[in-house]
Design a protein around this ligand. Structure first.
Ligand SMILES: [Fe+2]
Length: 264
């Protein structure tokens, strides 16, 4: 099974630029076409939050318009720039999304079980699933502790080392880690939010964050670093799974690179 992950497109109302600078809608469209041009068509696409920038209905209308070009089934989770109720309304045809409350869900129809956590705290940018989310996760994982499982949530449960991102981090990861650690079938935890590819050993599994299809957060590690972003390079992730080889995650840059040359 090939699972593509696109994150943090920050779609704007049609005709408006992200931060007044970047045509995030065009770039999201290019990310979708990038998936269609791969030599193996992904079986499923995961959109790991910040689908839009300000949570507005007109942004979701633009996002759905762009997603109408996507010829692959996809699953969505919200990010801190999404608005829970507007998000739910925009994806009312996605029957896996719960009708009320946090947008946690589980999809059991694929070779990997996909468990999605809504880590958004309405009105805030930091992440937390709360006591109800933890209880839901415990119940959901207990229902099938054998099947290989992919867990996804917008906020990575780790310190990135980039100080201006860590002020919006997943605030109290230890209760979440305690649950994840007790299930050996969690192959990976996939996140967005940090607009960069990062990898960390965590709670007996691996956490992997996906770059944004729009902007890259600057890699500044100094404690007093000023926040900054770069316009690219945009990228997505491709997660290849089979029972025998396990899960291998690839970074896939969107856009043209020189080549191909006949060497490897
Ligand atoms: Fe984002």
């Amino acid at each position: 099974m090939l699972i593509a992950q696109i994150s943090d497109p920050h779609v704007r109302p049609a005709g408006q630029l992200y931060q007044g600078v970047v045509d995030s809608n065009r770039m999201f469209g290019e990310a979708i076409q990038h998936l269609h041009r791969l030599d193996c068509r992904p079986d499923l696409v995961l959109l790991t939050g910040d689908l839009v920038d300000e949570g507005k209905p007109e942004e979701y209308a633009a996002a759905r318009g762009l997603l109408s070009a996507l010829a692959i089934p996809y699953l969505v989770i919200p990010g801190n720039h999404d608005h829970r109720d507007n998000f739910r309304a925009a994806f009312a045809d996605h029957a896996y999304l719960p009708a009320e409350g946090a947008l946690h869900y589980c999809i059991d129809e694929h070779p990997m079980r996909i468990v999605a956590l809504d880590s958004c705290v309405p009105g805030h940018h930091y992440g937390d699933v709360g006591a109800d989310g933890l209880a839901w996760l415990q119940r959901t994982l207990e229902a099938n502790p054998q099947k290989p499982t992919l867990l996804m949530l917008h906020h990575p449960p780790f310190f990135s080392g980039i100080p201006y991102m860590d002020s919006y981090r997943y605030m109290e990861p230890e209760p979440l880690a305690a649950i994840v650690r007790s299930f050996e079938n969690i192959e990976v935890v996939l996140c967005g939010h940090v607009h960069r590819a990062m990898l960390r050993r965590w709670a007996g599994t691996v956490v992997c964050s996906c770059p944004s299809s729009t902007t890259e957060i600057a890699l500044r590690l100094a404690a007093d670093a000023a926040p900054a972003s770069y316009l690219g390079p945009p990228a997505c992730m491709l997660h290849l799974w089979d029972e025998f080889h396990g899960l291998i995650s690839h970074l896939s840059h969107i856009g043209k690179a020189e080549g191909p040359y006949p060497f490897f």
